[in-house]
Ligand binder design. Sequence first.
Ligand code: PMP
Length: 378
Amino acid sequence: EETLTMIPGPTPVHPAILGALARPTVSHVAPGFVAESKEAIDGFRRLCRSEKGQAFVVAGGGTLSMEMAVVNLVAPGEKLLVVSHGYFGDRFIDLAQSFGIQVDALKAEWGKVVPPAELEAKLKAGSYAAVTITHVDTSTGTLSPVAEYAKFLKGRPEMFILDGVCATGGVDERMDDWGVDVILTAPQKAIAAPPGVALVTFSERALARRQARASVPGYYADILRWLPIMQDPGKYFSTPAVNEVTALAEALRMIHREGLDARFARHARIAQAVRAGVAALGLELFTDAGNRGDTLSVIRLPEGVEDLAFRKGMAERGIVVAGGLGPIAGKTFRLGHMGNIAAGEITAVLKALEETLASLGVKVTPGAAVAAAAPFLP
Ligand code: PMP
């Protein structure tokens, strides 16, 4: 029996994308691969809803894309403002400090958001080279009110860096409309390709900011070394992840074929279905209502249900879910519901959830979760 990997990344990879991954590995300057690269770069820029931004696809992962955003725009000794809604927001603090960058952080209690007025006040009180915002923090399930924050950030000198690792491809990101300077992300979540590349799009303004600096504290992470390759992928700087790029191009083709608006609406419906389904089993969500990301749910384990026994029970029923992180480890589990999934996966998850809880002595109404979810499912 096949296992469904329903964690907040990596997410299930569609056979068409796996097929692309399995094609023979070709020269990184072969004309066919150059065309695939161009498609991946262009498809990713369009996913960010950026008209004139420069997209970069570089072998690595989400953490490299975070590093590329920070080192190219914030010099050692300069100040960075981090808006953190959990573990991955906090990672920017660590990352920046390791480059000698001064960091101020606005941190919310886990499961809650930093009120936009707090960001406004902080921006009035200080000046920063850049501000980082994590669109959906994968540890807390928190969706940042990006459009609200953007009202205060738009037109200001600070570079607006958005971490979309757990959002891009599942939650709308409007680079031009919101005045975002960098969207950074990774393919293994809502884009639903295998992990292996860092994805970043720089606005014209952000690219100019980098070009105004003589050097940055990075070599592989320096976007100016990659710029000629992104403009002509037949050129060489460092060997690209040939198969990964081909798979990414296919994943992006699928995304644009579905259409961005349709894709985000599908994610919203699936998230509603999950929330209704788990509520029908008597489970509570960890994240405050009103700021829940549509890409994952952080769900409280019922009293007396042990984390490892629960996840083992789910795995025995073919569903892999993730444990809670940090202060909510052992008390919550995380269910990813993003990428190229449909009603069938959600129904399978809810059935397994009901059976697992029942096997652990929780009183559940048979069939209630699937019935509650059904009206929302695409
Ligand atoms: N940011 C967020 C919001 C993430 O969820 C993750 C990965 N879970 C990262 C950054 C880091 O990505 P990676 O694990 O690919 O380095």
